[in-house]
Write a protein that binds this ligand. Sequence first.
Ligand code: SAM
Length: 246
Amino acid sequence: MRLRNIPGAREVIAESEFVIKEEPAEGVEVDDRYHKAGDKWVKEGGRRVLGDWYVKGHWNEVFGNENPLRVEIGMGKGTFIMRMAKAFPEINFVGIEKYSSVLLRAIQKQEEENLPNVKFIRMDAEYIEDVFAEGEVDRIYLNFSDPWPKDKHAKRRLTSRQFLERYDKILKADGIVEFKTDNDDLFAFSLEEIPEAGWKIEAQTFDLHSDVQMNEGNIMTEYEERFSSQGNKIHKVIISREKVQS
Ligand code: SAM
């Protein structure tokens, strides 16, 4: 999902209390090599300040409670995460979205709802380990992720082994990833990557809306509503790590 550039989107994001900004952690020395470009701290030559986000390991303080933390990667306009946050007020939700123009829509929803258990980050999920500490996340949702159909782009798919390795770092030992899509090729690719990356399938279906057990309590995403209304079958897989870490 990439909306046309919306003038002022970056400014709204920079000002929004609902968006966690990329700021170095306390105690991280920010010397002359760093400067702020928009809402990002960058190093000379434009390199990001890796691993230095102040929120990493401090999400309980951000939300002001000890509730579990769940993350949606590629949340788009935030329909799913806002519905989830309303349904589960005792869980904290963080929505990650790469594009400002899309994130803006989620901010607008949150400005109306003002839910205390939702925050957003504008970032490429490639850097997700900068934002969450080891074992800090309880569950990750991937909904209708971009398919990246060319083989040479396979590692950009959010269910690739490269991404599963990142999730492995930030998820609790018994944490899970839930993935929904209507894309046959992306689903097939994901089912192959899961064991290769050392994960196991807890449950799967090729037709979620006809699967009584897996569909129980299902909360629809924007894309899920759109594609299922066109007659597409929704596939879902829930995965966990093969080895439970100590
Ligand atoms: N999850 C929503 C839904 O189901 O309605 C939106 C699905 S949309 C097809 C995929 C979204 O993921 C887009 O908004 C895209 O910008 C975002 N996205 C894709 N790759 C991403 C990445 N590496 N990091 C953050 N967001 C990403």
